[in-house]
Design a protein. Sequence first.
Length: 173
Amino acid sequence: MMVKNPKGSCLPALLKSMGLILAVSVLSACATTQKTDLEDYIGLYEVAEPKCHAVEQSTDPCEGILFFELVKGRFMGIGDTDLAYVFWSGDPAIDPELQYSAFLIGHAHSAKIEEGEFRLNDEEGAEEKLHFANGKLAAYSAQYASGRSVQYALKPVSRGALAHVRLNYPGNE
């Protein structure tokens, strides 16, 4: 319902309403801006659609990698505020307790997610990245000077939904 001003015009009330809608839209857009802090994405992710290429290697570098995890301070030698990424691998049909490989992200607090990517390392000959889309961690990729490359799509998963596997850290059995 439009409120008419004394001269009968609805224009001032319409402009006021449009201004209010614009202000709410701007505030809403600011609230949904992509997070740039890696710590906001801590969690467990199922590896989906693995694509791997290895030069002069007889084994498949993707074989057995089931989960990727971002963790904070879970291992000896990693401080309580340090971030690491973990690959969980194995064959649950043989042994439900998966093996892990953990890697410290030394610059996690000084670097930010930029243009949908976060570089995990600064080593020569290796480029490992996390890729983000629609406010979510979406993929991991790695390219090595040896010609080896790895790419995983990542899907969030709850530990409670994984009764068929055990993901045990040292001392957490």
